[in-house]
Design a protein around this ligand. Structure first.
Ligand SMILES: Cc1cc2nc3c(=O)[nH]c(=O)nc-3n(C[C@H](O)[C@H](O)[C@H](O)COP(=O)(O)O)c2cc1C
Length: 289
């Protein structure tokens, strides 16, 4: 029953987003460009996975101001092909992450081929790929150690990169409170390009960001507004993502947050941990043009 309220909130937010995109002329939010994983984000505020699983809302989401949008989690090739068609049709200014299921990612022999096929199919469409190890099946603490799962993922990712001759950044999504501190150095050296850390505990986020540096940490969980974004960046997050706050705040939430961030000196370069992003307001072409 506890799942019903978020699902209803999401459905309402999707409806509001579609309506807003039709009736309100798009205005670009302030741009706060930041480079992470070798990618150029127009701003550090992203939409977390689970809101737009199949990419059908990419256009209104990009117009609402997000700097990056994560679609998924996608579990089957059929769903991935539908999502890829949407990505091709609706790609806008925002970067696109594709979050792929990784049922203990590929360590079970019968899931290896399936998850490799997902990664290969998403390779050229995604700006970055996410292996979701934050859910119950991928939770650290299951039979296979987290570091082994990540090592296997990285080996598969590296093999694909050399096979196709290009590299799409690989990100792992983890519940930070379930990651043992002793695993952080292994994660840092594993070959992943970033970690999405689910946690609302700023002290924990700061500790993990320090331990992972220079590997970027993308913070998600409990962000309600610009103050939280500033706090996460100050704690060392390179980027942030929201889900619930967007469902609650509606289509103009990203624009409000970015407008506040653009005014906030503490969200500027040199503040926070080593890999805090460099945020620099700049003018953007209008979203319509
Ligand atoms: C209704 C709902 C569906 C979600 N679905 C996914 C999902 O498919 N994959 C995923 O990695 N995270 C999923 N999440 C988790 C969010 O991406 C995010 O990590 C989490 O909600 C914490 O962020 P928040 O506090 O801003 O909501 C979902 C969350 C909600 C509320």
């Amino acid at each position: 029953m506890t799942l019903v309220a978020p699902l209803v909130r999401c459905a309402t937010a999707r409806f509001a987003l579609r309506v807003a995109a039709r009736v309100i002329p798009p205005r670009s939010p302030p741009a706060l460009p930041v480079s992470v994983m070798g990618l150029h984000f127009v701003n550090p505020l992203g939409l977390a996975a689970g809101f737009d699983r199949d990419g059908s809302l990419l256009t209104p989401l990009a117009l609402s101001g997000f700097g990056f949008i994560e679609i998924g989690t996608i579990r089957t090739i059929a769903r991935l092909h539908r999502a890829l068609a949407n990505v091709r049709r609706h790609r806008r200014h925002a970067l696109i992450g594709i979050n792929l299921a990784s049922a203990a990612d590929g360590v079970e022999p019968d899931s290896v081929d399936g998850s490799r096929a997902l990664m290969r199919a998403a390779w050229f469409a995604a700006d970055y790929l996410v292996a979701n190890l934050s859910g119950p099946r991928g939770a650290p603490g299951s039979a296979v150690p987290l570091t082994s799962r990540v090592a296997l993922l990285c080996a598969r990712h590296a093999a694909l990169a050399s096979e196709v001759g290009s590299r799409t950044p690989l990100v792992v999504k983890l519940a930070l409170n379930l990651v043992p501190a002793r695993d952080l150095p292994c994660l840092r050296a594993s070959g992943v390009d970033a970690v999405i850390g689910v946690s609302a505990d700023t002290d924990l986020i700061a500790r993990v960001a320090r331990a992972l540096a220079p590997l970027p940490l993308i913070s998600v969980g409990g962000i309600r507004g610009s103050d939280d974004v500033v706090a996460r960046i100050a704690a060392g997050a390179a980027l942030v993502q929201v889900h619930t706050a967007f469902c609650r705040g509606g289509p103009f939430f990203p624009r409000r947050v970015l407008t506040e961030l653009a005014k906030n000196e503490t969200a500027r370069p040199g503040v926070g941990a080593a890999q805090a992003p460099r945020l620099r307001p700049m003018r953007m072409p209008s979203a319509g043009g």
